[in-house]
Design a protein around this ligand. Sequence first.
Ligand code: AMP
Ligand code: ZN
Ligand code: FE
Ligand code: FE
Length: 292
Amino acid sequence: MRIDLHTHSTASDGTVAPAGVVEAAADAGLDVLALTDHDSAAGWAEATARAAELELTLVPGMEISTRHEGAGVHLLGYVLDPTYPPLVEELDRVLAGREARLPGILAGLAGAGVVITEQEVLDQVGEAPAIGRPHVADVLVARGFAADRDDAFQTWLEPGRPGFVSRYATATADMIRLVVEAGGVAVIAHPWGRASRRVLDLAALEGLTSSGLTGLEVDHHDHTTSDRATLRSIAESLDLVVTGSSDYHGAGKVGHALGSETTAPEQYERLLAAADLNASGSGRQVPAVVGR
Ligand code: AMP
Ligand code: ZN
Ligand code: FE
Ligand code: FE
């Protein structure tokens, strides 16, 4: 059984539509796919419908922007009720922060002689609720200011570069509680990924575990072999589920092919068991895992 629990579509900053991600997952020989667009459930319906047709298991999820000790932490929430009002309210705040930062990004770029318009970025965003720097990056590439997304980030969009503007994010512990109250399970995405500053050490993760954290994404492109070994032992000591995933973005991110990193079946089963427990404890109506 091949399981990939973290992917993006055009419902956020991936380049492939939700149904297309499901098709590509089936082609890649995956049995279980989670669609985890940024801060939104917008892609779930389309992905779920296509997964049912292809007899692939689709785990509805989202990758939520949070902050811990001043560092950005991406939190994967799975099988949560996306209509739970306190969660909706907080996600709206995050999405508004993404929108509010765009003029600042454009002004910063313009100050460096790179003039692009808000409309060009919005054309890249399309229907996606979350405006991300990758959308800006795609405009920079199209306009010849960068070779690809990676180059656009390194030259223009990373902290310290002219187009970087920080934005609102929920405190990680608070968002974990909201995910659990919404009947879902929370997993820290790429805990020691590139922007993490490694604030999530054993003590921090122990604290988040008492807030209701269920798992750690250990097998991720951004983690070295030794990071993975250390994270795995931390997960074991805190009894956290260990996941692995591609963080697929279509053509938007190289080295992140579907199924390039996977989750072990027994860890996936533990995750679903925890999800069932949280769902019944919450009293919320959570979405079905199609094909389960
Ligand atoms: P934002 O959501 O605006 O904070 O942008 C973060 C998104 O950009 C995440 O989905 C990352 O995967 C993506 N990202 C960050 N750095 C890079 C990079 N160097 N190349 C391509 N995508 C990146
Ligand atoms: Zn992304
Ligand atoms: Fe992420
Ligand atoms: Fe991601």
